[in-house]
Write a protein that binds this ligand. Sequence first.
Ligand code: NOJ
Ligand code: CA
Length: 697
Amino acid sequence: MTNPFFLLLGLVAPVVAAAQTIHSPNHKLALTFAVSPAGEPTYQLAYGSKPVLKPSRLGVAVQGQPGFAQGLTVVRLDSSRHDDTWTPVWGETKTIRNHYQELAVTLQQAAPAGHRMVLRFRLFDDGLGFRYEWPQQAGFSYFVVSGERTEFNLPADHKAFWIPGDYDSNEYAYTTSRLSAVDTAPIAPIQERAAPQRVQTPLMLKADNGLYVNIHEAALVNYPAMMLHVDTRTFGLRSELVPDAVGNFAYLQAPEHTPWRTVVVADNAPAILASKLILNLNEPSTIAEPGWIKPQKFVGVWWEMQTGKAGWNYADTANTKLASTDWNKLKPSGRHGANTANVKRYIDFAAAHHIPGVLVEGWNVGWEDWVNNWKEDVFDFVTPYPDFAVEELRSYAAARGVNIIMHHETSGSATNYERRQTEAYRFMNDHGYTSVKTGYVGKIIPRGEHHDGQWMVNHYVRTAQKTAARHLMVDMHESVRPTGLHRTYPNWLACEAARGNEFNAFSEGNAPEHETILPFTRLMGGPMDYTPGIFKLTGYEPTGQRRVHTTLAKQLALYVTLYSPLQMAADLPENYNQHLDAFKFIEDVPVDWDETRILAAEPGDYLTTVRRAKGKDEWYLGSITDENSRTQPVRLDFLTPGQRYEATIYADGKGADWQRNPASYQITKKFVTSKSALTLKLAAGGGAAVSFKPVGR
Ligand code: NOJ
Ligand code: CA
């Protein structure tokens, strides 16, 4: 539907258009597009009377050509309205409304090149998306992007929740600072500033005038990830693309387009978390019959390696540096976690508690010398260690209704993985595996490529496609952070791509505020395999001081506050067996939902979320706080009126405190209706989880 008012056809002689303004469907957001006297495209964004973005330039530089950053004229403007509702394969809500006003601006370079680029803006009630598009055209086909100049010029020195702009890792603790202090604010000890003033997206911002702004991207395909350079004096942000091994950014061929640049805006923090803008800007699912895709919980032979009780490797490498292929020349270490008997122990626990998946890491040969060694061929993904009985375990698990989750650590050698994927996925089909966790620890081979560059971005997408073709679900670790592609590839259940719970095992850990920031940053792009559910919270080696920085009740709340269709119950069976009453919440909590409401939220401080289970009138609530204790009132008016529910409240216990008494919890039950209210007492670093199950009237 094109509004003829906007159709400004100048196909023969280009014309410069005056500024064009469009409004979001509810008229709160206004986007104004203009071209500067130098022929630079610019845009600005306002929320009512409040500026969100001051005039900001747009443009893309092209190697050896005039490019699309200046000297441009508008030759066509099209505006249209879109409104439909779609159903995700899984997710936080049953349906999603996709409602926006679109403005497409066709820009043309000066003669003699005269090539065209379209800037497409979509303005939703919850924010803005825009991208650069190159239509098919004579004389402009293959090109190299040598820079992108997308500016987000902020009107003031907002508070920012950020991680450094590292091209290879997003596993950082968040720093909270004003934009003006991004280059000077102290950051967590084990970290380095990848480059002064460069930060990653999703970038969460809070303005003093009450606006919340989140900047990220949607549908990152065939292009590098966007980082942001922060001008600490003007509060201007500028896109900085992740380069490839020779310093270029993207190799494209028209017709092609960039990912969407996204600016989610709201006047309250919960509305940021409720935004579906990034999903709406992704393409619909490519999987016509997704019945084989199953959101699920899993346990795993994993935390025992993270905490040093067991190893991934089979052979004893204590005093030996050996080739990974020579592992069988050494004696067994006796500490190999992925041995058949141990795996059966996890299968038994999973079966007893209706957990469908058991991840097993360290099952395949190669772990004796696997990381940062520049070796291409560390793993073949099909050869088990001698104490891991593939078929015996498959039938043992199947008889108990459990599925083993495959693990493919690539040790950064993506080329090796690409060569072996067909065989590896056939092995999975042949042996009954339906899900795979991949990983990219270490430097990327091909050498010089970055985890977040165009080459790897395409590798992750190819991996989603190749696994889909074999009806396999995939969870990627050390990948680029997600941008909503799980809409298009719903078999791509989750990524890690941020600092997970595991950092509590192998470093000074995650501060209590960490999980209150993640939903506003990393999770804006998609689900995270955070691995919650640690019940043994203290006393980890080597110092004995390593610990989880939450209470036990907060670990339960994370199953609701950190959405993922794939949730690990990460602790060991022996630790769960000591708290089976608390484990009941993990057993009950779903991973797929019909409805989600954010009841209270503030990045860095607290979050309370309630969700209704898929196809059921059961609700689950998670409430978490940072290092400060809090009282969180909750009105239960989300419950079905007239229906009674049994609420089971898993709360911080007497004297609970993440530092001094993290394992203190109490479980109480009461009958409630939509007219009831609860007052949740959250300890410092604490939380609460509640299940609401309907009972007869
Ligand atoms: C890092 C991953 O995040 C972790 O989950 C995994 O256990 C190790 N790599 C080994 O692959
Ligand atoms: Ca990791």
